[in-house]
Design a binder for this molecule. Structure first.
Ligand SMILES: [Zn+2]
Length: 270
């Protein structure tokens, strides 16, 4: 009896500590990839209505009203990387048409340098090998000193909105974040994002969708590639399974058929 009571007290304690619980966390979702592809850029949800704002362990990505730059959420702080590259912290009253947010407080952790991860392709391979249930979404966070990082951002749009594929093809700006191309200086920073299973097609990018921000919060964007030199630097990969059921904020998304080429173009920035 006494043991049962202790267990109950411990359980209550878990709910009271911090922002995130120890149970499988939900994927919090605003809008759909399909809506974004079709040019639905109007912000529908204010940032203050995204659960977990300001909480340690909350990560996320997306974009803002009028497709005004790339969203990167690290520890509950929402940053924007516009095409000028000048990173700003967003206001709670700013809005988003598309975002994915989740808690990654209780994740499995690995050292990147122990697993031959040297770039985006080898990272995907390694993370896939660690995913127990490929029918589930996963939240991913990597803190490392990167040799270099390649990202992109998209320019703010005005109405009538063009389709996302046209914006990416004609207007995206690519950033090569490399503080010292010939030397030994690194780009310390954080990659955050998600693995989405095939059942999430249309709602999100199937496979990996990651964004990046430097440790000094001066550069970042939608991740296209990175280089990591394992001989020099420790680096931590965190991976947390999420609920299969999406927690919608704002209107529940509906999915129609969408073009494979369009999704590929958005993911890879070409
Ligand atoms: Zn992105």
């Amino acid at each position: 009896m006494k043991r049962n009571r202790m267990f109950l007290i411990a359980l209550v304690g878990l709910f009271l500590v911090g922002g995130c619980s120890t149970y499988t966390e939900p994927l919090i979702q605003v809008g759909t990839l399909q809506g974004l592809l079709a040019g639905e850029y109007e912000g529908t949800v204010t940032l203050k209505d995204l659960p977990g704002s300001g909480w340690y362990g909350m990560i996320g990505l997306g974009t803002f009203d009028a497709l005004d730059g790339e969203m990167v959420i690290i520890d509950g702080v929402c940053y924007r990387v516009p095409t000028t590259g000048h990173v700003t912290v967003m206001k709670p009253t700013d809005t988003t048409p598309f975002a994915n947010v989740a808690c990654i407080d209780h994740a499995s952790e690995w050292n990147m340098w122990e697993h031959d991860v040297t770039d985006y392709a080898s990272l995907k391979k390694y993370v896939l090998s660690q995913i127990d249930d490929p029918t589930r979404p996963y939240a991913i966070r990597i803190d490392a000193r990167f040799a270099s990082v390649k990202t992109r951002s998209v320019p703010k749009q005005s109405k009538p909105y063009r389709k996302l594929i046209d914006v990416v093809k004609t207007g995206q700006v690519v950033f090569d974040i490399d503080p010292d191309p010939k030397g030994w200086l690194d780009a310390p920073g954080t990659i955050v994002g998600f693995y989405f299973p095939p059942s999430f097609k249309g709602v999100n990018v199937v496979g990996f969708h990651l964004h990046f921000l430097t440790a000094d919060r001066s550069a970042g964007g939608h991740l296209l590639d990175f280089k990591y030199n394992w001989t020099k630097n420790p680096a931590k990969i965190q991976l947390a399974p999420l609920d299969k059921k999406i927690r919608w904020v704002g209107k529940k998304g509906e999915v129609r058929e969408s073009s494979h080429e369009e999704i590929k173009a958005i993911e890879q920035g070409k």
